[in-house]
Design a protein around this ligand. Structure first.
Ligand code: AHM
Ligand code: MG
Length: 341
């Protein structure tokens, strides 16, 4: 008799995607597999470039600055390059109808995507202020699915919630390059093996701990925050071993890196509104919502301090929102302090 097939211990992202496609034919996976492979390719190109980004930034003329993007942020040379890598990876895709990037004013309609349902919203380089200091960087992405194919106003479909988020993830360029993603059945991570040139599965089912003992926020703006948040900081700074206080502060300036810690170890990341950022700083469609999708898949929570991030409510594709994200209990604790103020 033949032995029962066992699940392989060494599995690449491409193999994993083929496996999901085989198990669920006709589902979202049919569209997602080729798209995720294209995304993984872009991530490999970016990982290589990021490796020498600190050098390039220190040595003109490669370090020409990019200008400002649609939401008024300074663009680094890497932001501009990364946006081009993403466009190149997808421009002939027959599975992608449209692409929204932090670095482009308008949604791009893809020339060969007239029969496609997916819309990709992406922040090609998250945490770009870390580029020159050899700090952590990321790429955040969400795949939104149209109700039907064919002509239509893709921007309106996104904003009005007619194209819900069906898969999301990020690439974390840290001491290793890690791709974390979910298509609605748990969260998996894959580490880039540079010798093989492949993302290899390293965690098949990430769960976010219910509680944590660390927080990530730019407390430099503490006195510009909602009074409830100021009281929250006071609360978590008190000593009480039973509730693991005082909490530790862990903030890198790159959302992906700070979120990743919360996802794995527990804790909370938040970027609230303040005097300089009336609606918060982070962008809904390609920063907050994709991470909210992931954290919910892992058993955690994401809100704007009062109500859930998902489904996104927006007036524009570059909509900003406050974000509180991480362990369920930690997000609820912040919501309590905000509600009581
Ligand atoms: P970016 O996409 O322009 O890099 O902005 C997003 C980044 C996040 O990665 C990070 O958490 C936050 O902005 C840091 O902002 P601040 O410097 O105000 O703390
Ligand atoms: Mg960015």
């Amino acid at each position: 008799s033949t032995p029962a097939p066992r699940s392989p211990t060494i599995l690449s992202l491409a193999q994993h995607l083929r496996q999901v496609e085989r198990e669920r034919p006709g589902g979202v996976a049919d569209d997602l597999s080729p798209l995720m492979n294209q995304l993984a390719f872009a991530a490999k190109v970016l990982a290589r470039e990021i490796n020498r980004a600190a050098l390039a930034a220190a040595a003109p003329p490669q370090s020409v600055q990019g200008g400002t993007n649609s939401t008024g942020d300074d663009q680094t040379r890497l932001d501009v390059y990364a946006n081009q890598v993403v466009l190149d990876a997808f421009h002939r895709s027959t599975r992608l109808a449209g692409l929204v990037s932090e670095e482009m004013d308008e949604l791009v309609v893809l020339s060969e995507g007239d029969r496609a349902r997916m819309i990709l919203c992406i922040d090609p380089i998250d945490g770009s202020s870390n580029t020159e200091i050899n700090g952590s960087l990321g790429t955040i992405f969400g795949f939104y699915r149209r109700e039907r194919t064919g002509p239509g106003d893709l921007t309106a479909e996104l904003i009005e919630g007619r194209a819900p988020l069906v898969a999301a993830g990020y690439v974390f360029y840290g001491s290793g390059t890690l791709l974390v993603y979910s298509q609605g059945e748990g969260v998996r991570s894959f580490l880039l093996d540079r010798e093989l040139g492949e993302f290899m599965m390293c965690h098949p089912d990430i769960r976010c701990p219910e509680e944590g003992d660390s927080f990530a926020a730019n407390t430099g703006r503490l006195y510009e925050w909602h009074p409830g948040l100021q009281r929250y900081i006071h609360h978590i700074s008190q000593r009480d071993p039973a509730t693991r206080r005082p909490y530790s502060l862990r903030y890198s300036g790159a959302l992906v890196a700070d979120f990743h810690r919360c996802l794995l170890r527990g804790g909370v990341y938040f970027y609230p509104s303040d005097r300089g950022h009336a609606e918060g700083k982070l962008r809904l469609f390609y920063e907050s919502a994709p991470l909210a999708f992931l954290v919910e898949q892992a058993g955690g929570k994401a809100s704007d301090g009062r109500s859930p991030i998902l489904p996104p409510r927006a007036r524009s594709i570059h909509q900003r929102s406050s974000l509180v994200i991480g362990s369920a209990r930690e997000v609820e604790l912040i919501e309590k302090f905000v509600a009581e103020a």
